[in-house]
Design a protein around this ligand. Structure first.
Ligand code: ADE
Length: 234
């Protein structure tokens, strides 16, 4: 899968793609990426990319012309263009799986108050929000989307890791422990040392249900009604 990121600040993006599991995915050829600096497409002597909003109001808006020129410079045929914005559709497992179906994603990293609406109208396929809060860096939001996506690609992490994560079948994850057995007087739950795989599986499921009920009652209720529906069908 290829990610093309349009940005005014390539540094954090380059650093992200050069680190950890992502760096390995790039090395293995599972992920390809490109940073396009929007400023390279600003036509005036000062390479201006922002301007005051029509109608007044706080902040600056990313101008249409440099963004359009940057978007026109990336291959048009197979791309799907995503604009991370707090006013987009919430990022979810379902949306991630849909976006994974594209060979190339182009992500526009906004700054300031946002980008000119005409770019959204003309170029953007999906406006995506990573949560109900506002970041000052569109790069961070774009990288959250990239990170949530690429780990679903075959060969990046094991199937088992993906299947055991939070949100798979609508519940949060069970707690994890590693050595030492006792840390600051706190012991690892004895069941995990028992070697009894079936009982460990049941304990972990119980922990997932309990945690979800406590911190995400919305997910818990949805899971409960689904489980009750499934039992009805059987
Ligand atoms: N840019 C700034 N805040 C954002 C958010 N919450 N989601 C997506 N993009 C953003």
């Amino acid at each position: 899968m290829k990610f093309t990121l349009l940005t005014l600040f390539p540094e954090p993006i380059e650093a992200y793609f050069a680190s950890s599991i992502m760096a390995r995915a790039v090395q293995k050829g599972l992920v390809d990426y490109r940073c396009v600096n929007i400023r390279d497409f600003a036509a005036d002597a000062h390479r201006t990319c922002d301007d005051a909003p029509y109608g007044g109001g706080a902040g600056m808006v990313l101008k249409a012309e440099p963004l359009a020129a940057a978007l026109d410079s990336v291959a048009a045929d197979s791309r799907h263009t995503v604009y991370p914005t707090p006013s987009g559709s919430p990022l979810s497992t379902a949306l991630i799986e849909r976006l994974c179906g594209h060979n190339e994603l182009v992500l526009i990293c906004g700054r300031y108050e946002g980008i000119d609406q005409r770019i959204i109208d003309l170029y953007v396929d999906d406006e995506v929000s990573i949560g109900d809060y506002v970041l000052s860096s569109g790069e961070l939001a774009a990288l959250v989307i990239v990170d949530a996506l690429y780990r679903h690609l075959d060969g990046v992490i094991t199937r088992e890791s993906l299947e055991e994560e939070s949100f798979q079948d609508g519940l949060l994850e069970y707690p994890h422990y590693t050595r030492p057995e006792v840390f600051r007087c706190r012991e690892v739950p004895p069941i995990l040392l028992s070697g009894h795989h079936e009982r460990i599986r049941e304990w972990r499921m119980q922990q997932r249900i309990e945690k979800t009920r406590r911190v995400r009652p919305d997910l818990y209720e949805a899971w409960q009604s689904r489980t009750a529906g499934d039992e009805h069908k059987e």
